[in-house]
Design a protein around this ligand. Structure first.
Ligand code: NDP
Length: 391
């Protein structure tokens, strides 16, 4: 039994809250805090007032410290934005509370995401006997667990890893992002990067693409992106020689993205508009549909998995592990689309395993450093069944 404080009442926060409510034997007290209190009120109402709510600016460490002292949780789940990771970790250290998040830290003024900042907290968490579990959504998160499972059960050596993420859902909007638009557009408009023979190779944004035949969804064009779990694998599985991350985008998404870039609406450099400083990308975010509102209209499926090549008992082996998720089933379960759902369900399971002691360790960890088996045993039970195939 434990008390949980969830910070961030967006698409993912909504899923985490409602999944925690489904496991009251573990999460006996649930508080949701966020910057905009009426988003917390909406979720509170949808849970039939099973949760407490609070307002917080998570950029302000002292506000988070005061909130934690007030709520007295065993664990803080950060479902706000990557910008808030360090301030919430600082507050957890000050109040001696465990921590979990869904994406690695990113400074507001530079579109550069890396675990380096959060890994530096390892000794401080360890000294305090606390755990910080970093980047446990689906990708990163479950993909890290999939690779750990592949090493544990299927391979002596992995030489090639492709992470493939397809969202074939249709939300009915000409352009919308399935998670926070600002974070999403910063990620996609960055240079791509892949790992080959121990070196990172940079590519122009979305310049490399190919087609891939996804289970259930079928053939889709996938685009090469840099993604943070590859940074973890370089550190924790140094034997992997080749790594690539691929994601699908609809034609309509790419067409709109091109226009947005051409007119500079993706810029994170402040400009003065009518005497007021604004950031074009934040202005664009204010115009776009809120990802938390897309659940009701989204139909179709998403599929995320890892295609792995390596050696077992001296023989070459090719292996694929994946989940297929149906947007409408996610909506029926917790009122969310599949991208929020595939992120929030793993976060809830990670928090559960930490509170139960199964995954509890002192320091900062990524999911591949923990035993994948207990996590994978729960993943299907809580809504994300997975399939593995030897090819
Ligand atoms: P949303 O924008 O829907 O939600 C973010 C929430 O955080 C909003 O409610 C927002 O408040 C709140 N927030 C932002 N800044 C602050 C602050 N300073 N203090 C308090 N609350 C704040 O985003 P998503 O739910 O789509 O994404 C949440 C996280 O999940 C992101 O970090 C994203 O990168 C990550 N993610 C991870 C994935 C994975 O597979 N690992 C996949 C998808 C997302 P307000 O309403 O006031 O704006």
């Amino acid at each position: 039994m434990g008390s949980v404080l969830i910070i961030g009442a967006g698409g993912v926060g909504n899923v985490v809250v409602k999944k925690c409510c489904q496991v009251r034997e573990v999460f006996n007290s649930i508080t949701l805090a966020s910057r905009t209190i009426n988003k917390c009120e909406k979720i509170q109402k949808e849970t039939n007032n099973q949760i407490d709510i609070a307002q917080v600016d998570a950029d302000n460490v002292q506000e988070v410290v005061d909130l934690i002292n007030n709520v007295n949780p065993d664990i803080v789940i950060n479902t706000a934005l990557p910008y808030q990771n360090l301030s919430i970790m600082d507050a957890c250290l000050e109040t001696a509370v465990h921590y979990i998040d869904t994406a690695c830290y990113e400074p507001k003024d530079e579109a550069k995401y890396s675990y380096q900042w959060q890994w530096k907290y390892h000794d401080r968490f360890k000294e305090k006997g606390l755990m910080a579990l970093l980047g446990l959504g689906f990708d990163p998160g479950v993909t890290n667990v999939f690779v750990a499972h592949a090493f544990k059960e299927h391979f002596d050596e992995i030489y090639k890893l492709d992470i493939l993420d397809a969202n074939a859902g249709d939300h009915g909007h000409p352009f919308a992002t399935n998670f926070n638009p600002e974070i999403n557009i910063r990620e996609i408009t960055q240079k791509g990067k892949y790992f080959e023979n121990g070196k990172w190779i940079e590519t122009d944004p979305l310049s490399i693409h190919k087609s891939f035949d996804f289970p259930v969804i079928g053939e889709k064009e996938v685009y090469l992106l840099y993604h943070e779990e590859m940074e973890c694998f370089e550190k924790h599985f140094p034997g992997i020689k080749e790594m690539r991350f691929w994601m699908t985008f609809s034609e309509s998404y790419l067409k709109h993205l091109e226009v947005i870039q051409n007119i500079g609406l993706d810029s994170i450099k402040p400009i003065i508009y009518n005497g007021v400083e604004i950031i074009p990308l934040q202005f664009l975010k204010a115009l776009l549909p809120d990802p938390a509102s897309l659940g009701e209209s989204t139909q179709g499926k998403a599929c995320i998995g890892c295609l792995i090549e390596g050696v077992k008992d001296g023989k070459d082996k090719k292996y694929y592990i994946y989940n297929v998720c149906d947007h409408e089933k996610c909506y029926a379960d917790v009122g969310a689309q599949a991208v929020s759902y595939t992120t929030g369900v793993p976060t809830m399971i990670g928090a559960m395993l930490m509170l139960q002691g199964t995954w509890m360790k002192e320091g900062c960890f990524n999911a591949e450093e923990l035993d994948p088996t207990p996590f994978l045993e729960l993943l299907g039970k809580y809504g994300l069944p997975w399939t593995e195939k030897i090819l």
